[in-house]
Design a binder for this molecule. Structure first.
Ligand SMILES: [Mg+2]
Ligand SMILES: [Zn+2]
Length: 214
C-alpha cells in the first residue's frame, strides 16, 4: 500500500455496473441497484480503497431529465450501498454533451468519459492516489477512461458488458486488465490481485512506470 498519505481508489461506473442498465434512467422507479453492489463496495473499503462513482449522464444535456432527478437517484444509490455495508466516497457525473439540446450543458467537456476529468476532480477533492487505483465498468469507454488515467481496468459482463465483450472485443485497441462477471467479482480480483497489477505496471503511463523504477 502507498505511503503518500493519499488513498487508493476504485472508480466505479454506474449504469450496468452498480445498477441495472436500462438506457436513460428518467424516473427513480426505474433505478435498480444490483443486490451484490453493497457487498462489492464493502469489500473494497475493507481492503483500504475509497470507492468513487463516475458516470456520464448526457440525458441532462439532451433534456431527458434534470440534475435534481440525478441527485435523487444518487441518494438511493448511496442508501442501497450503505445497506450492504459499503460507503461511497463520492459520486461524480458529467451532465454535458456536444450535441445537447439544453444550452447550459451543450459543450465539448473534458469530464465526459473516456475523458479523465471526473477522475482528476475526484482525486483532488478526496486526496486519492491514482497510481494505486482501478476503474471498473461495463463498456469499452470505461477501459479507455482507465487507460487515459493511467490505471488498470476491470471490465464487467453485467449491463452492456457481455454484448460488448462478445461482439466487439476483437476491435478494442487495448484490453482490460481483468474480465469479471459483475462488480462483486471485480472487487475480489482487485482485493486479491490488485497489488500484482500495479507492481507489474499494468495500465501505468510509460512516464509513471519509468518514474516508479527509479
Ligand atoms: Mg455502464
Ligand atoms: Zn462533462
Amino acid at each position: 500500500m502507498p505511503d503518500s498519505g493519499l488513498r487508493p481508489a476504485v472508480f466505479l461506473d454506474r449504469d450496468g455496473t452498480l445498477n441495472e442498465e436500462i438506457g436513460y434512467v428518467n424516473h427513480p422507479s426505474r433505478f435498480h441497484v444490483f443486490p451484490w453492489a453493497g457487498e462489492a463496495v464493502r469489500e473494497l473499503n475493507r481492503a483500504g480503497y475509497a470507492t468513487v462513482v463516475i458516470t456520464n449522464q448526457s440525458g441532462i444535456a439532451r433534456g431527458y431529465f434534470d440534475e435534481r432527478l440525478v441527485e435523487l437517484l444518487h441518494a438511493k444509490l448511496r442508501a442501497d450501498i450503505e445497506g450492504g455495508g459499503g460507503e461511497i466516497a463520492g459520486i461524480y457525473y458529467c451532465p454535458h454533451h456536444p450535441d445537447g439540446k439544453v444550452e447550459a450543458y451543450k459543450r465539448d467537456c473534458d469530464c465526459r468519459k473516456p475523458g479523465s476529468g471526473l477522475i482528476r476532480r475526484a482525486a483532488a477533492d478526496l486526496h486519492l492516489d491514482l497510481r494505486h487505483s482501478f476503474m471498473v465498468g461495463d463498456r469499452f469507454i470505461d477501459v479507455e477512461t482507465a487507460r487515459r488515467a493511467g490505471m488498470p481496468a476491470v471490465f464487467v459482463l453485467s449491463g452492456y458488458g457481455l454484448g460488448e465483450y462478445e461482439y466487439h472485443r476483437h476491435s478494442w485497441p487495448h484490453q482490460p486488465w481483468r474480465i469479471a462477471q459483475d462488480v462483486l467479482e471485480a472487487a475480489h480480483a482487485i482485493v486479491e490481485h490488485g497489488a500484482e497489477a500495479h507492481s507489474a505496471g499494468v495500465g501505468a503511463h510509460p512516464a509513471s512506470a519509468e518514474a516508479k523504477k527509479s
